[in-house]
Design a protein around this ligand. Structure first.
Ligand code: PLP
Length: 430
């Protein structure tokens, strides 16, 4: 496979863009090699500048749940753009989107839109701090909630990929209110709450992790967080930027039947456009300006093109049937990969919730960040390139989730499994 044009473009990009990319994981640093510059995408496929076609499991890191350039989404964006791409004033479409989300997610009475998941999580946390009049946050090692200063503590994939425990530029004073516990460890959470209970405003969690690869919550973990936060007077925030509208019509909270106080949304809610949001019960959300004193704003918040794409995407996901299809596609992929691992005698574990999946090269169950670290990431890097050469575009880090879409056909999955078999056989011989 030739990557000449991508390679030339990387050289050119590096002159004007730091590292040649606008988000670090795109640089392939943890797997090595030349990042693929994408030229176009359709359905389950992406094409690079050299004309190579790949079956895509990055799915723009989650949003592309209907597949790329889904015609009705494209049409919705075109129609919105023709009427004006931004007004900085309220629109009917935003109201429709908020009504849709509030009807669909029982814990959400009110929704405020932002332009990125980072803003959504950061604003939700500001609100939680204001509502509880406390400063502390409890998050989990390996969970990522965007790149706000005080959240860049043990923050999963991007940061873990680069081996930066904390980013330089984050003053210790900003990070000092952030406590961390291992994922799936309720005793660890209770210990921190016991010691700092009257200072913790919010426990923030990815209800299924994607930012250290896919780790489902152990039975009772989310329920336990719900009980403990009530006991210690903290709010519970589900960061559903990845899981929202992906793992269930009402997100992970619908799948596991646990209601958080506040939820951050992103990715799917924007249908591939820059949009995210956060929501919760009226008494908390109504503390936001202009009703209340908590400031939060955005020039492009509720951008009409993004809202049109998001609303169309959510409408296409309004019933259980697309989720049944995603589950069937995910199960087919998982079964095929597991059979391939066994056949090739390579220790590996496929962890999956619906259409999010990660293959960890290890033989232990992966329940937290330490378990992820112990997986064989050098082997992942080799596997990644063997798959890329076979036309399969995986997330370029062993700390990430692969995303399936409704556009992935059984043929796509079967081709992926055949490629995996071939790649794993090569690895077994190496
Ligand atoms: N929260 C979670 C769970 C995420 O996965 C991400 C991004 O991957 C974010 C927050 C930040 O979202 P964004 O990249 O849109 O700022």
């Amino acid at each position: 496979m030739r990557l000449d044009r991508s390679s030339d473009m990387l050289t050119r990009a590096q002159r004007t863009i730091p590292g040649g990319v606008n988000s670090p994981v795109r640089a392939f640093k943890s797997v090595g090699g030349t990042p693929v510059f994408i030229n176009r995408a359709q359905g389950s496929s992406v094409w690079d500048l050299d004309g190579n076609r790949y079956i895509d499991f990055v799915g723009t890191w989650g949003p592309a749940i209907l597949g790329h350039a889904e015609p009705s989404v494209v049409e919705a964006i075109q129609k919105a753009a023709e009427r004006g791409s931004s007004f900085g004033a309220p629109t009917e479409l935003e109201v429709k989107l908020a009504e849709h989300v509030c009807n669909r997610v029982p814990s959400v009475d009110r929704l405020r839109l932002t332009s990125s998941g980072t803003e959504a999580a950061m604003s939700a946390i500001r609100l939680a701090r204001a509502a509880t009049r406390r400063d502390g946050i409890l998050k989990f090692e390996g969970c990522y909630h965007g790149h706000a200063d005080y959240l860049l503590v043990r923050a999963g994939s991007g940061v873990a990929t680069f081996g930066l425990p904390d980013s330089p530029g984050v003053p210790a004073d900003f990070a000092k209110h952030t406590h961390t516990a291992p994922y799936n460890d309720l005793d660890g959470v209770e210990r921190i709450l016991k010691q700092n209970g009257d200072d913790i405003a919010v426990v923030a969690v990815e209800p299924v992790t994607g930012n250290m690869g896919v780790i489902p919550p152990q039975p009772g973990f989310l329920e336990g967080l719900r009980e403990l936060t009530r006991k210690y007077g903290a709010l519970l925030m589900f960061d559903e930027v990845m899981t929202g509208f992906r793992v269930h019509p009402a997100g992970a909270q619908g799948l596991y039947g646990v209601e958080p106080d506040i939820t951050a949304f992103g990715k799917v809610i924007g249908g591939g456009m820059p949009m995210a949001g956060f929501g919760g019960k009226a008494e908390v959300m109504d503390m936001l300006a202009p009703l209340g004193p908590v400031y939060q704003a955005g020039t492009l918040s509720g951008n009409p093109c993004a809202v049109a794409a998001g609303l169309r995407t959510l409408e296409a996901l309004a019933t259980q049937s697309p989720y049944d299809q995603l589950e069937a596609t995910g199960a087919r992929l998982q079964a095929g990969l597991e059979a391939a691992l066994t056949e090739c005698g390579i220790p590996g574990r496929v962890q999956r919730v619906g259409s999010m999946a990660t293959l960890f090269f290890c033989d232990h169950e992966v329940k937290n960040f330490e378990d992820v670290r112990k997986a064989d990431h050098d082997r992942f890097a080799k596997y990644f390139h063997l798959m890329l050469e076979r036309g399969i575009y995986l997330p370029p880090s062993g700390y990430e989730a692969s995303f399936l879409s409704l556009a992935h056909s059984d043929e796509d999955i079967d081709r992926t499994i055949e490629s995996a078999k071939d790649a794993l056989r090569t690895l077994a011989k190496a």
